[in-house]
Design a protein around this ligand. Sequence first.
Ligand code: KE4
Length: 426
Amino acid sequence: MTTNHDAFLAAQRVIPGGVNSPVRAFRQVGGEPFFVARAEGAHLFDVEGKRYIDYIGSWGPAIAGHAHPAIVHAVQEAAVNGLSYGCPNPLETTLAEEIIKLVPSVDLVRFVSSGTEACLSAIRLARGATGRDRILKFAGCYHGHADSFLVKAGSGVLTLGLPNSPGVPKALADLTITAEYNDLATVRQIFAEVGHDLAAVIVEPIPGNMNMILPAPGFLEGLRELCDAHGSILIFDEVMSGFRVHIGGAQGLYGITPDLSTFGKVIGAGMPVGAYGGKRAVMEKIAPLGPVYQAGTLSGNPVAMAAGLANLALIQAPGFFETLSQRTRELCAGLEDAARAAGIPFSTVAAGGMFGFFFAAEAPTSFAAAQACDIERFKRFFHACLARGVYWAPSAYEAGFVSAAHDEAVIAETIAVARAAFAEIV
Ligand code: KE4
């Protein structure tokens, strides 16, 4: 039997850092990642046979639990008919119809193969539809790794963006303005100065990439008003929050209508699927209907469509979101009780099946506040829980995810583990 360490050594010989996505390498928490042999329900099983209660769920897709029989069956049924055609197939239409049914702001939707692809396509569409080049994003919000998003704020908020990764051209970074999430006053100032040149505002309506932060009352509404006043396109990046915090995503939870939305994760159930969609007048600018180009070999492939359809059917079952939300609340309340018993400043935030926890007395409402939490204590808590079979995201700046498979026994086991872990890190 191989060990996690051997698996990591082998991976590092042929894959940069031994991983295919940086966060998996445990660089933020220290130590080495375990390698997964299989997953089922609420659990991951590593190559050494150890079992973990999983609060990542592949970063959101596994909302029904890993290897759900209905999803596996749908994939098997589709796969025997071929994995990808490069031609239109009816399953694409059926999944598009489901998304449009659940998200009223979407008139037309285009499938791609990742959240990154969905977000970069939405930005290109917004630029093409408005004839403008500049975009506004928020520090701490992540929209995938396209060049326009790997940008940090310049010295002053109004100054030009600076690349936050080598390889991002300065000329492109200059076109991205970065503001602080929940700081509507500064966004107003930016619009007053350059609103005429802003193609779009892109925002995670409930951010999950600076840990989980909730929008301040009026913040999202303010973005909507400012975009309307200046002819900019409001893009809700619901790759993580979509079909996760509410059946209709964050826009369904808050009742705000963006012009475009991006999706991923849940709509693929773990298969590579992303999507962008929105108002017909904007979406009709996309090729082949309009001049804005976007394409993809594997877009809409039947196996991924079948998986997404099975997942969306499961989450529409009566009581699904009520139970999921209840489990998530129970988890957060149990963690807070356990931390309180150990005298450790700790707070949580939750919406639907998504949550965040912080080693701070109050849940942060800004990226700066999230960064000011006790990250060192998070790292010790992470490893104390991992050693006892509970796997949180290996970064203090990620959200957590509960699935339908996290039943009361799993939640109770998690809280018991957390209690022991808090006692260890006092
Ligand atoms: P992908 O290209 O990773 O499918 O999606 C990019 C993306 C876009 N928008 C939001 C709001 C996202 O959360 C993501 C990806 N989420 C991360 C989790 N923080 C994926 C995990 C990873 O990068 O390995």
